[in-house]
Each structure stands twice: as C-alpha cells, then as structure tokens.
Design a protein around this ligand. Structure first.
Ligand code: GDP
Ligand code: MN
Length: 353
C-alpha cells in the first residue's frame, strides 16, 4: 500500500480514508462492558454504534462483566452483534459486596441520609458496589490478563465520528497510557473526604507522586478556617468512556492507593465514584504526557455529549452530531478550561485546519 507520512502517524484523525489502511486490530485489547441482563436493549445500542463506527474494521473482542449470571438471550444477542469474539465474566462475591471492615449498619444510615438529601445515587447500594468494582476490581478478573488495553463502554452511549484509526495502537505508539473524551466536575457531597484521604496517602508515600504529574488540573486554591487550603476542584475524566492500559491499575502504587481508600469504608459511607478515584490517581502518579484527550472522538452518555469541532477531528464530514446539541465544553459542569490551563501550549489542537 501507500506509505504513511509521519504527520499522518501522529495525527491520523486529519487524514480521510482514501486508501483502506484499516486492518484487523493488532493490539492486545478488549472492549469492556459491565452490564445487567435488563440493560440488554441499551447494550445493543452501544454495541451496534461502536461496531458501525469502529470495530467492524478491527474486530476487537468484547468482554462483558456482571455480578449475576448473564442470560442466554443476553449472550446470544451480544455475540450476534460483536464482530470479534465475546467473553462473559461472572464477578465473584469478594469483588461485589461489603468488605469485612465496613460497618453495614452505619453504611445503611449514611445511604438513607444521602437519599433524603437527594444526592444522585445517594441511596443506592448497587451503585456503590459498581463504583468500587471499577475502582478496584475489574482489572483483577482473570480474563483481563490476556489484554494490555481496554476500552470501557457503557450501555446506551453513542459515538458520532467514523473511527478510522486504531486508538489502542495510537496510544501505544505515542507513549500514552490513558485516554478520555469528556471531563467534568463532580458532586462534592459524594466525595466529601476523598481529597483529605488522598493528601494523607501522598504525604505518607511521597515516592508515588510523579515529578511530572498533572495535579494542577485537579486542584484549586481556597481557604479553610481562614487559612489557605489546596482543595480538590472535583475535575475528573468521565470514566463511562475510558481507553487505558490495564497495567495502570495493577501497578503496585495504584493498588496501594486503592487499598488505602478502601480501608476507610467511604466507598460505602460516602459514595466515592470510580471517576474521581481514577482521575486523582492518574493526575498524581503518572506523567502528564501519558494522558490523552481524544478530542476527535464524538461521544454521548446522557445527559452530556461532546461533538468535536472541525479543527479537532480534522477530516471534513467525519463526525455527525445532532445540530441542536449543546457542547459540554461550554457549560459549568465541564473541566475543559482547567484542562487547557494545565496543558497550555502543549494542548494539542490543530488550529490551522
Ligand atoms: P451512571 O452512568 O453513573 O448513571 O451509571 P450506570 O447505571 O450507567 O452504571 C454504570 C455502569 O455499571 C453501566 O455499565 C451499568 O450497566 C453498570 N452497572 C450499574 N449497576 C450495576 C449492577 O448492579 N450490576 C451490573 N452487572 N452492572 C451494573
Ligand atoms: Mn451510564
């Protein structure tokens, strides 16, 4: 075939596919979805869309996880949609339940309190198991040992752009470990003590802080009891989409961080999400060069959507987003401004297009 220029290798999103350069995926990677049997319709939507936009060209395998056994119907339909192989994992009880040190009576009281305060998912126990599972256990399922990379997919999401290059391969070839599409502020009430716990962890384990970290993205200068205080600004990568290296989470430093958090019981007493947990870990313990903003991937998970601008996806007509859509970048929930501030001139958008 035609040879590929250095620029195309670095910025494949700028190049329309005139020559078919796609090939079966060559990375050790899987599309990963946690789902319930009754999510099936929304699972079909996500799969059909991601297959049509991307995976029919690469045929990466799908891995499904569930705390209950999948039904025959779920297996038959998802196998039918997938262009690659499919695997189904039953999550063991030890990875989806209360750990021994958590006081369940206290947890239930806290849940009741948070439900009364109308905190989103404040009263839900299954949501807490899910967040703890994504924070600490999905990567421990033996099925993941065959993979270096995963792309997390949720039921009911939408992809707006033709994905003509392999994002796993692109991340690897460009020395990245993690990619996101949307970054948002969190609800403070759900993570009341996450930040002080994190600060204590890094105070006790300073060797885990990466000298070229991107802590600047997640902090804000404020005051507490009249004294200056550096607080968490709640910015996080929205983890219902993430493309990452499995080894991020199996690393000793991350496992120790997770364990430290988990021992507080606050995945249950509060309602710590896997998004702030992953994000705080990434922004402290990894080099900021390893984190990539896929600003060329159009993505929707209700209630937020992101449509790449022409200068971001480069290639005219590659994305088709609803015309009425409000860009998440421009509203108060977004952390796009913080991202640009952190990266300054290194923020890679090709404005010359
Ligand atoms: P939201 O995106 O934060 O509103 O939360 P979701 O309800 O979408 O849940 C996040 C992910 O976890 C989705 O992939 C769900 O299918 C999955 N999930 C949530 N709760 C459960 C559960 O109790 N069991 C299983 N198997 N999956 C769950
Ligand atoms: Mn969801």
């Amino acid at each position: 075939g035609e040879s590929i220029s250095e620029d195309e290798k670095r910025r494949p999103w700028r190049y329309p596919v005139k020559v078919d350069r796609t090939q079966l995926g060559t990375e050790k990677a899987t599309l990963l979805m946690l789902a319930r049997n009754n999510d099936l319709y929304a699972v079909r939507e996500s799969m059909r869309r991601l297959e049509d936009r991307f995976n029919h060209k690469f045929r990466y395998p799908w891995t499904f996880m569930n705390d209950e056994p999948f039904t025959e119907e779920f297996i038959a339909i998802t196998t039918g949609i997938a262009s690659g192989k499919t695997e189904y994992v039953r999550v063991p009880k030890e990875h989806w339940g209360f750990p021994s040190w958590v006081n369940q009576t206290h947890a239930k009281l806290q849940m009741k309190k948070m439900a009364d305060e109308h905190i989103i998912y404040g009263g839900s126990l299954s949501y807490r198991h899910m967040c703890r599972f994504f924070s600490g256990f999905f990567f421990r399922q033996p099925v993941m040992q065959q993979y270096e990379w995963y792309w997390r997919v949720e039921p009911g999401v939408n992809f707006y752009c033709d994905q003509h290059y392999d994002p796993f391969r692109w991340l690897r070839e460009n020395g990245k470990s993690y990619g996101f599409t949307v970054t948002l502020h969190d609800f403070r009430e759900t993570i009341a003590s996450l930040w002080e716990t994190t600060e204590r962890f890094f105070y006790e384990n300073p060797e885990y802080v990466n000298p070229n970290n991107m802590r600047g993205f997640v902090i804000e200068n404020t005051t507490r009891n009249g004294e200056p205080y550096v607080d968490y600004n709640t910015c996080h990568f929205w983890t219902n989409f993430e493309i990452g290296k499995v080894s991020l989470w199996t690393s000793e430093k991350y496992l120790r961080y997770f364990d430290y958090l988990d021992k507080t019981g606050n995945f249950f007493y509060e309602r710590w999400g896997d998004a702030p947990v992953h994000s705080v870990a990434l922004t402290h313990m990894w080099d900021k060069k390893e984190i990539h903003f896929f600003n060329d991937i159009g993505y929707e998970h209700s209630p937020f959507r992101r449509c790449p601008q022409a200068h971001e996806h480069g290639n005219a007509g590659r994305c088709l987003c609803p015309l009425d859509m409000s860009l998440v970048d421009n509203n108060g929930f977004s952390c796009f401004e913080q991202w640009k501030k952190t990266f300054g001139d290194n923020y890679e958008v090709d404005l010359t297009w």
